[in-house]
Write a new protein. Sequence first.
Length: 435
Amino acid sequence: MTRLFIALACLVLAACNNPDPTNKPTIDTVAEGYVKLVLRVGQYDKDVVDAYYGPEEWKPAALESKDSPFPAKELLSLAESLQTQLASVDVAAFSALEMARFAMLGKQLTAIATKISMLNGATYSFDEEAKRLYDAEPPSFPLSHFDELLTQLDAKLPGEGSVAERYSAFANDFVIPKEKLDDVFRVAIAEARKRTLAHFTLAENENFVLEYVNDKSWSGYNYYQGNGQSLIQLNTDFPIYIDRAIDLAAHEGYPGHHVFNALLEMNLVKNRGWMEFSVYQLFSPQSLIAEGSANYGIDVVFPGDSRLEYEKTVLFPLAGLDANKADLYYEIQAIRGKLNYAGNEAARLYLNGEITREQAAAMLETYLLYEPDRALQRTRFMDQYRSYVINYNLGKDLVADYVESQGGTADNPEKRWQIFQELLSNPHTASTISR
């Protein structure tokens, strides 16, 4: 009996010193833990989970009440445990694509851990927050850079008065009448869809529902429902200008958010079983690729002069607008588009506590040429989404550089579509596409 006890003890000791390698965590077990963690955090902040189409049984039990205390310590512990498990995953036999998955999952875990800390009261500078959440380092521009662009606008705009006053008066001629909004948007989306499907293969049942809403801090939103379905909402709080028809059709729909989510679901979740992509954590590196590709996708689906020609011949007449003014309008919009980074500077100063909301709104009025009520709406967006603002402009620039550096230039549209589809269908973050 004594010898048997000693033998068993030796076996136990050997097992402890030489653990079974099959007990090591796999990337799939970490992915499952990540999804469940994000869903739990989403119970306390409705913006965290932008979409979920994974197993129903992974969803957490409903909170006892809306005032349930936030279990920050427990959730941070779970995040740290998942990070530790991921670090111990054996990657020796991983392919390049599997390593991209591994790297992105690590950055997504960093983002959710950061968001948990923020919900618990932690504060970060604008730049540090952007790095932790979106794996990106936002550039900074002096206001003199934007002043030079305003000078260019000053030379283009007709009439008298300040640049903002003249721009407002000029732009009023390009507002889509409310009674024609639905017709214009549906035609624009249908055209963007037709052009996208000429290059991409999506699920046969993919589709979307279009709704018009009010009292939002954003102009448009795509709520991906899973199984190739989206709910696209457009905010009609303020006048909608003709250029926004194609912008929103492509950004929210084709080849933007709807297509991005549909490709991830089809290629990574359904075909590969990479379940971390069944949840879209909004405050994460995935969003920089999502917003950047959605904005760059406008140029992909309507390259060069084709957009202006399509708008002049189809959308302007449909909206009852004078197409003879379209060329000047888009010359002005091209300059105005370069002012976009001024919004980041306003957000940086405001969120860092260096200026007030009113001062941030004033910057948006001056440099983005927003009217006062629209500028205040944008500060609401800053309150709600914080450093997320970098994903639109920096994201677009990084995506453009990535696609075009691989030959996907405007004069090689087939190559551009090919590289763009690869980007939308695989794990990528800001740091991996900007090497």
